[in-house]
Design a protein around this ligand. Structure first.
Ligand SMILES: [Fe+2]
Ligand SMILES: [Fe+2]
Length: 475
């Protein structure tokens, strides 16, 4: 069951050949996907052989096989975690009933919307990152970017499979539309705003894969609890791929900081101008990038009070993070939760029914998780003997969704006037100057084992290969 059949046109572990109609429909979608990859995927990568991992089985042991391949020949396919026998729904109004192997009519529209929204983010990030290969700080980093890109393509396949198999003609139309919307396109943009932003440089890329791919992790974890069993099994396998994306982000920022503190110690200075003259990214700029990516990403969890969130939970479509580990009744009817609001110019906590606050619950779990990496980054600074602390901004800072979106709130949680905001925002969010400076550092380094001046080499290579391995072969 868990082994993947690679002899078919579309690799899969779902016995695709037994459902000829579905197989044919997906085989028709496949060339459109390849066209999309050629048009919107990594720029200038066509002739490169990239040291990629490919799933050979969904078992934890047999997960990956490594080898040099051209990305357009990557075996994208349909992989689900094995089903659990007699799986039961374990939250919401249907708690205790059998998990669904098909889509119940009354939840069809909501499930389709959830799957389409998730599916839309996958190709969007490939589009956002498509120019980054031209300025990779090393061959090692270039390979990691491409690994993430092919896996986001695979995640698109995961959602497209569900749409085709369970949603009939609407599903097929939605699957086509996933290749038609484009990140940042004025007429036909991606669904969520964070996925229409540019990822203009590698610091942004590392921040994106640390913070925004982690949003992906939390959304997928919530969907892995779903009563709709095929969605739960699909997202569980996607999560094994997601871990690597967050690793790339965390280690990328960590290596950037490492290089900066090394130069700070060499030059015995924390003077921003001197550090910039030496070609490294000063810590205050890194803090502003954190502030930006953190705040934009926590918006992705949606409004703090949402009746949709309540419906999704009560009807069993989407659970909480680690639903099974929680000790409450998993129905949450009488429970409350605290959300933030601004009253008389101050941030206050407001108690609301928990069911309506489930976006906020997921956001808070995300925040706890994402602070872990910031602490690990601080250890790099501490170890270098430098007194500077990176922090996550306040949850209310720079919000564009929910009840806080109308207010101006500082990174330490103070409500301020628009005037104060305008006069200080350059200390809190990346300025045009910051972005131009970071952009000026981006140049392509392609010799094995060589790294751009602004970033330290990794501690280890990929799949126990040396750091100076030829991860990408240009021809
Ligand atoms: Fe993904
Ligand atoms: Fe990802």
């Amino acid at each position: 069951m868990s082994g993947i059949n690679y002899s078919e046109k579309i690799p899969n572990n779902v016995n695709l050949s037994e459902d000829r109609t579905l197989q044919r429909a997906l085989e028709q979608w496949q060339p459109n996907f390849i066209n999309w990859w050629d048009d919107m995927g990594p720029e200038g990568s066509k002739d490169m052989d990239v040291y990629l991992r490919t799933a050979v089985s969904v078992d934890p042991q047999g997960w990956a096989q490594f080898g040099h391949v051209k990305m357009r020949d990557y075996r994208w396919g349909v992989f689900l975690n094995p089903g659990e026998q007699d799986r039961k729904i374990h939250f919401g109004d249907h708690k205790g009933e059998k998990a669904w192997q098909d889509v119940p009519g009354e939840h069809r529209a909501n499930l389709r919307r959830i799957i389409v929204t998730q599916g839309d983010t996958e190709p969007a990030s490939v589009e956002q990152q498509r120019h980054l290969g031209l300025t990779a700080p090393s061959m090692y980093d270039l390979r990691n970017l491409f690994q993430i890109n092919v896996e986001e393509g695979r995640h698109l396949w995961a959602m497209v499979y569900l749409l085709h198999k369970y949603f009939g003609r609407d599903g097929r139309e939605e699957a086509d539309a996933l290749l038609q919307r484009n990140s940042g396109n004025e007429d036909n943009p991606r669904i969520l705003q964070a996925f229409n932003e540019k990822t203009p440089d590698w610091l942004s890329f590392f921040m994106f894969t640390y913070f925004t791919d982690r949003d992906g992790k939390f959304q997928l974890c919530a969907l892995a609890e779903s009563a709709f069993d095929p969605l739960a099994r699909t997202t569980k396998f996607m999560l094994t791929e997601e871990a690597h994306h967050m690793f790339v982000g965390e280690s990328g920022v960590s290596r950037t900081i490492q290089r900066t503190v090394d130069v700070m110690n060499q030059l015995k200075t924390d003077d921003v101008a001197k550090l910039r003259a030496a070609g490294v990214i000063d810590l205050p700029t890194i803090q502003r990038y954190i502030n930006f990516h953190f705040s934009v990403t926590i918006d992705l969890f949606g409004a703090d009070e949402s009746s949709n969130a309540a419906t999704f939970y009560s009807s069993g479509l989407k659970g909480r993070y680690e639903e099974g580990k929680r000790t409450d009744d998993h129905v949450l009817k009488g429970n409350t939760y605290k959300i933030l609001a601004v009253e008389n110019g101050k941030l206050i906590e407001k108690e609301v029914p928990m069911l309506n606050a489930l976006n906020e619950v997921l956001r808070d779990d995300y925040i706890t998780d994402s602070k872990g990496g910031i602490e690990r980054w601080n250890r790099v600074i501490e170890k270098a003997g430098i007194s500077f602390k990176l922090t996550a901004p306040h949850k209310a800072f720079h919000r564009n969704i929910g009840s806080l979106s109308g207010s101006k709130i500082t990174p330490d949680g103070r409500v301020v006037t628009s005037e104060e905001w305008m006069s200080k925002v350059g200390e809190w969010l990346p300025t045009n100057d910051d972005r131009a400076y970071v952009a000026s550092l981006m140049g392509r380094v392609t010799e094995p084992g060589k790294f751009a001046n602004w970033i330290a080499p990794p501690v280890m290579g990929i799949n126990r290969q040396p750091v100076d391995f030829d991860y990408v072969r240009f021809s």
